[in-house]
Ligand binder design. Structure first.
Ligand code: ADP
Ligand code: ZN
Length: 721
């Protein structure tokens, strides 16, 4: 009798064996429906020897019910799923889930119904219909999705269908994508770019695993270079995956891609409509989706014929996922390329220390673009020492920075102020009694957002309206904002440079592709004089008239003192500096700091990247930090404080004693309350020789916890809160 072992999407069950009915074939990787008790579950057929399960006798096996009409997950992807689960101490089912689109995509075929406005507009409208009419211009989606977009109930929209305001459209779910044309608009590359492109194209054409670190200064044309590798893959009829660190960057990318290849790439991210997701997934599986651009979740999709992987802005910390499977998409992208035997390009102007180290060790081929394209020069970087050049009381911009901005305004050029803090002020307190507004679910202050008139927690999303009086002492009009956020800096700009047109750029203001497109058009069209933004505006953008960058508070990122604080500060400032003077007009950067002597700041001011990497390398070596040693974190949480503490102590109490592993904690996490859960952390520092994951698995595997306790493992952590 034929048995099949299924990886099922329930971590507690793991793998289960089933009987294969006569005449049915279930090769490994097949996606299968099987019975479980009275229910039906989804599973992936797996090699039996690679996945442990209870050996149920043949006679007790139930038969599988259905094999879904999609190609089986290929062997390289199955190995990737296993590798990721093993390395990050996650369950393979949790990783495998990321390979599947939606149930609808698996079923495939057919059509779906979407709705759009007809243009007919009755003379009298209810306020809800009027709002929907406004919000749904240019949209086409299911009733449910439209209701979400418009913020009205589905009932309101059904009524609008009845009234002839919305019409149904039948959409073919599998309609093919137009193929990008590798010869559409080939640029003329300069010598350095050509050398880089030649190396990539050669690697794509010959196939095989080949990891590259494309290390090019901001504005050197890294994108143009890896586009040549994309073109080569297209000519070979292979697919390409391009990973971007955040959705906000896709807008600019799409336009450049379309200019180069004639059609947009296929997008993959969490806010796709269900029909788009389904179409993209099926295109990826069939090979019809040639170039897929996505956030990290695009990494595990079942590409039919992957020929190249690109990770742009590869140093970005947002490639690290901090919940669920805590993987680093940059690192897993390299592993995927290895299993698929294809080239992978990590592109960055400020590569992660880990990547530099691998290049130095000869594992990655490092390709350097040392100059900006087209004769543009890198900006001059100058320090504003806030100890001697103080801003006026209650303000944050030093006189010199304001003067430089004024000069730019008079010349019709743009300035960009960078402060990595959303909202108006990070803390609000009562002048009378000292009361501080804190999140009820998290150990964090509520951030004032003055534009939207709310106090918000940036961790859990909790929001309230700012009250008129102090909730504690009831004194009216006594609340004061402490510290700056981008909104407050924008107010200050408006006060010191009256008439300047100021744009605030954060995830609050640029939440959708439309808004991003509108911002880019305004900035390029000269309708903005001063941009005030968070890290969202530090990369990807190319505004020819932008000639001044001001870093409002260079010390902010250094304060937390976590493992990568120095590196992250260096990268952020170097990236945002890279927005200045990208064309003929030279750029200048002013960095406001109280610690001009700090290694990071000094290296930035001296334009000495090598000095920074050298200092950082030594510091990491001394601390046994990556890439010289390894870190892992265990995060214990529960809604019950005592339960979390006891579980953390039990883990600490049974810690293994090993020569090459050091265990710190348990201690309350810096964010000791998050989303209503109390949190404790243990930090593990190991030599490279240690079998870190095995140690942790064995250690935690021997313990059991009450159902309310969650124990998360974070290998190579980026977050230390
Ligand atoms: P990076 O990603 O390295 O910061 P980009 O790829 O954004 O640099 O290139 C900077 C600018 O120079 C872009 O506007 C790009 O279109 C332009 N550019 C770069 N290389 C070329 C080229 N060979 N021909 C024409 N334009 C180029
Ligand atoms: Zn909160």
């Amino acid at each position: 009798m034929d048995r099949v072992r299924l990886l099922v999407f329930n971590a507690a069950l793991g793998a289960l064996d089933y009987r294969v009915p006569a005449g049915v074939s279930v090769p490994p990787g097949s996606i299968v429906i099987a019975p479980l008790g009275p229910r039906q579950i989804l599973g992936i057929a797996w090699e039996r020897e690679r996945l442990p399960a209870n050996d149920v006798p043949d006679t007790k096996l139930r038969p599988i019910l259905d094999v879904l009409p999609v190609p089986p997950l290929a062997e390289p992807l199955r190995r990737l799923i296993e590798w990721t689960a093993d390395y990050y101490c996650a369950h393979p089912a949790s990783v495998a889930r990321m390979a599947l689109g939606s149930m609808a995509a698996l079923r495939g075929g057919g059509t779906t119904t979407e709705y759009r406005l007809t243009g007919s507009e009755p003379a009298r409208l209810t306020p809800q219909r009027a709002a929907a009419l406004d919000a749904l211009q240019g949209e086409q989606a299911s009733i449910r999705e439209l209701a979400h977009i418009a913020g009205v109930s589905e009932g309101v929209l059904r009524g609008m269908v009845g009234a002839g305001m919305l019409e149904a459209v039948t959409v073919d779910l599998d309609r093919p994508y137009r193929a990008p044309d590798p010869a559409h608009a080939q640029p003329v590359l300069n010598d350095d770019q050509q050398a880089a492109a030649d190396a990539f194209v050669g690697a794509v054409e010959s196939g095989g695993f080949a990891p590259f670190l494309l290390d090019g200064v901001t504005g050197s044309g890294k994108t143009e270079c890896y586009f040549e590798a994309v073109a080569a893959a297209l000519r070979e009829d292979r697919q390409v995956l391009v990973l971007l660190p955040e959705i906000a960057l896709t807008e600019t990318f799409l336009r450049r891609f379309e200019a180069r290849f004639g059609v947009p790439p296929v997008l993959w991210h969490s806010s796709l409509k269900s029909s788009e997701r389904r179409r993209a997934w099926r295109g990826i599986v069939s090979g019809g989706a040639k170039v897929v651009v996505g956030a990290r979740s695009a990494l595990f999709l079942p590409y039919k014929a992957l020929g190249l992987v690109v990770v742009d802005e590869a140093h970005e910390v947002s490639f690290k996922q901090d919940d669920g499977v805590r993987y680093n998409a940059r690192d897993v992208a390299v592993i995927r390329a290895r299993f698929e035997a294809v080239p992978v390009i990590l592109a960055s102007a400020t590569p992660a220390l880990e990547s530099m180290q691998l290049a130095e060790a000869g594992v990655y081929t490092r390709i350097v673009l040392a100059d900006r394209f087209g004769g543009a020069t890198l900006p001059a970087i100058n320090i504003v020492d806030l100890r001697s050049e103080q801003p006026p009381r209650g303000q944050w911009l030093a006189p010199r920075l304001v003067e430089e901005m004024r000069t730019r305004l008079e010349r019709g050029e743009q300035s960009l102020l960078f402060l990595n803090r959303r909202g108006y002020a990070p803390l609000t307190l009562c002048r009378n009694c000292g009361f501080r507004f804190q999140c009820p679910n998290c150990s964090a202050w509520l951030v004032e957002h003055r534009l939207s008139r709310r106090l918000a927690c940036h961790h859990c999303g909790h929001e309230t309206q700012p009250p008129e009086a102090c909730p504690e002492c009831a004194t009216p009009d006594c609340l004061v904002a402490c510290g700056p956020g981008v909104e407050r800096i924008a107010d200050e700009v408006a006060a010191v440079l009256p008439g300047a047109r100021v744009a605030i750029v954060t995830s609050d203001t640029l939440g959708s592709p439309d808004k991003i497109a509108a911002f880019v058009a305004e900035a390029e069209g000269g309708a903005i004089d001063v941009i005030v933004g968070t890290q969202l505006v530090t990369k990807g953008y190319h505004f020819p008239e932008l000639t001044l960058v001001g870093v409002v508070d260079a010390d902010m990122g250094l304060e937390g003192g976590d493992l990568r604080a120095g590196e992250r500060t260096y990268q952020q400032i170097a990236q945002v500096a890279g927005r200045a003077g990208r064309e003929a007009k030279p750029g200048e950067v002013l960095i406001q700091t109280r610690h001009p002597e700090a290694a990071v700041i000094a290296a930035l001011a001296a334009g000495d990247r090598d000095a920074f990497y050298a200092a950082e390398t030594e510091a990491r070596r001394d601390a046994g930090a990556p890439p010289f040693g390894r870190w892992a974190a265990i995060i214990v949480s529960s809604e019950d404080e005592a339960e979390a503490r006891d579980a953390a102590r039990a883990i600490g109490g049974s810690a293994p004693r090993l020569a090459d592993v050091m265990i710190l904690g348990p201690a309350p996490a810096p964010l000791s309350l998050l989303r209503g859960r109390y949190r404790y952390r243990l930090l593990i520092n190991a030599r490279r020789s240690a079998q870190l994951q095995d140690v942790i698995r064995e250690w935690l595997g021997a313990l059991s916890f009450p159902p309310g306790v969650r124990v998360g493992i974070d290998i190579d952590p980026y977050s230390f809160v």
